[in-house]
Design a protein around this ligand. Structure first.
Ligand SMILES: [Zn+2]
Length: 216
């Protein structure tokens, strides 16, 4: 199965990507992993990407696309893959479509993790990080009533990334970027939405049920 996974920050996309890929016995291909592999492997594309990153610039689309193409050409990706973090926008989606056509294949499904904004805020804004050991606690899920780490006694604080205003902003940016991508795949008739609220295992199960008609 050739699959793309999309979902907002805080939807547990990375975790679901891992579980779904392993359930389907296909490689999970995330842009983060591809970047790291190219940079640490010292490939030409990795060197190029590193120049941009070292300057604090965004890595241009062409470089990302070339890395994705290389990765999708590897032997383990010939019978299927799960893409996480690519495509990010409609132009990238169109390029991916052409690339797969050249390979003589096509995407089977785009799975969208759907979570209510308020649920994402509740999940992320409830996180507290230990300033001493780095462990993360959750005010609701761990029933954390004080700001002391139960593991080491360190002081717990809320990272800037976990503040409500920051989370809401990231969600807005995500919606702006992703809404056109989601409509693109809806038009291609390969978009499937899955409710990503609730425990991780339940979400994985829902995702597998949604994918089952497409498993051959
Ligand atoms: Zn601690």
């Amino acid at each position: 199965m050739r699959l793309v996974l999309v979902g907002p920050p805080g939807a547990g996309k990375g975790t679901q990507a891992q579980f779904i890929a392993s359930n389907l016995s296909i490689p999970k291909i995330s842009t983060g992993d591809i970047f790291r592999a190219n940079v640490s492997g010292g490939t030409e594309l990795g060197k190029l990407a590193k120049e941009y990153m070292d300057r604090g610039d965004l890595v241009p689309d062409e470089v990302t696309i070339a890395m994705v193409r290389d990765r999708l050409s590897e032997s383990d990706a010939q019978d299927g893959f799960l893409l996480d973090g690519f495509p990010r926008n409609v132009p990238q989606a169109e390029i991916l479509k052409k690339m797969l056509e050249e390979f003589g294949v096509a995407l089977d499904i785009v799975l969208e993790l759907v979570v209510d904004d308020d649920e994402v805020v509740r999940r992320l804004a409830g996180r507290r990080t230990c300033s001493q050991c780095g462990r993360i606690w959750h005010v609701d899920f761990d029933d954390k009533k004080d700001d002391v780490c139960d593991a080491c006694g360190g002081h717990l604080y809320q990272r800037d990334d976990d503040k409500e205003a920051t989370i809401r902003h990231r969600l807005e940016v995500y919606q702006e970027q992703t809404a056109p991508l989601v409509s693109f795949y809806a038009q291609e008739r390969i978009l499937v939405g899955v409710d990503a609220t609730g425990p991780v295992e339940e979400v994985t199960q829902r995702a597998m049920e949604a994918l089952s008609p497409y498993i051959d």
